[in-house]
Ligand binder design. Sequence first.
Ligand code: ADP
Length: 445
Amino acid sequence: MSDQAEPGARTLPPSLFGRAGQAVARGLRVLAARLWASLWQVVAVAVIMAALAAVAHLPVALALTAFVSFVAAVVLLPRQDSDQAFNDALESPIALGRTASAMHVMAEALPDPLILLSPAGQVLFCNAPARGLFASLREGSHISSVIRTPEFLDAVSAAPGLGEAVTVSYAERVPVGRRMAATVAPLTQGTESGDILVLLRDLTEGERINQMRADFIANASHELRTPLASLRGFIETLQSSAKEDNGARERFLPIMADQASRMTRLIDALLSLSRVEMNAHVPPSDLVDLNDVMDHSKDTLEPLVSDMDFQLEVSRFPRPAMVLGDRDELVQVLQNLVHNALKYGDKGGKVRMEAKHIPSLGRQAGRYAIAVIDNGPGIAPEHLPRLTERFYRVDVASSREKGGTGLGLAIVKHILNRHRGELVIASEPGKGSTFTIMVNEAGGV
Ligand code: ADP
């Protein structure tokens, strides 16, 4: 009974060596079958050769050579009758073998990790994604050597008795923190084997994206809800207790206008972000001169710069600096960076926009860099890696007070990603900040 179960249960060839061994054994059995089918001719030729050697003094070496050549011809030349008979005899194992290799190819082609276990939890087969997931996964070893989580091991032990697939999710801390879902299915239908199929799915990335989406919506709603609540409060006051109070109206209206502008800014920033994200996979194809982008940004920022009592110095590229880009988006990048320098810098300060060409180096294409440099308060190093996250702010109150949305640098990062460009931030508290954008020069221009 176990002999019957074994070939069915082990339909997937265990290894390359195993398969090579099976092929050699099958070849030897074919040769033996041909020899057996021609046994009487072989015996007759042997007798004739012996008689010729004894009676007609045929040299023994010659007689032996002739005999060996005959046997070789019998064994090596294909014989339709004996080969057919042999194949007939082996028909069901061959069919099984074919099914096995088709299943093997299918299992290997699956994008998700798949492991076949014996009822006792021994690994009988694992496909390439499973081997990629667990470096130490070996056929023959117990599954608990790679997945130790009790929920999963319980599902494996219960599988043969349960008779149906179950999916369990579990968290792993080593080698890397991740969340996995395992579908554990006993293979009981049409077979007595009771082997267990395990299909694994990595949930980490999906859960991270869902979490980011939830955080984003929570942040955006929170940012909108605060000015909205303030506006509603003022409206209610003006409708009730301060109905006839001209002084209160005079005080409240500018604050209400301020809150409304804050909401408008936030909605504009959210729309900007979503527009850039929508086009993220379409690289821009227009030829744009970065000198023109710098000039245009300076012109549009000029009123704000003088309002805030700043000086904006611009040093352009000595020659046209052509890149493949979206002019409006690149202008927005420089506007956001200069606006931040004005917002967070000290009144009466100086902001510089400095252009620099970085010649091509090896396989790295030539690049154009524009640095926005301020002599403001600077940023502590622990904040630098997170500044481009949506709604991340070093000081939330100060950002809000200065009309910030927490989305400016996220928009900059997304626009540069679309341009296959880069943002480098260098800053030290008390020594100002330098935000440098880099974009590849347009090839052949
Ligand atoms: P915000 O709308 O709050 O300015 P950003 O995404 O543009 O949002 O910037 C994120 C945070 O980075 C800001 O809240 C501020 O704390 C910090 N920051 C950005 N630029 C500067 C700068 N030039 N100097 C000091 N801090 C800055």
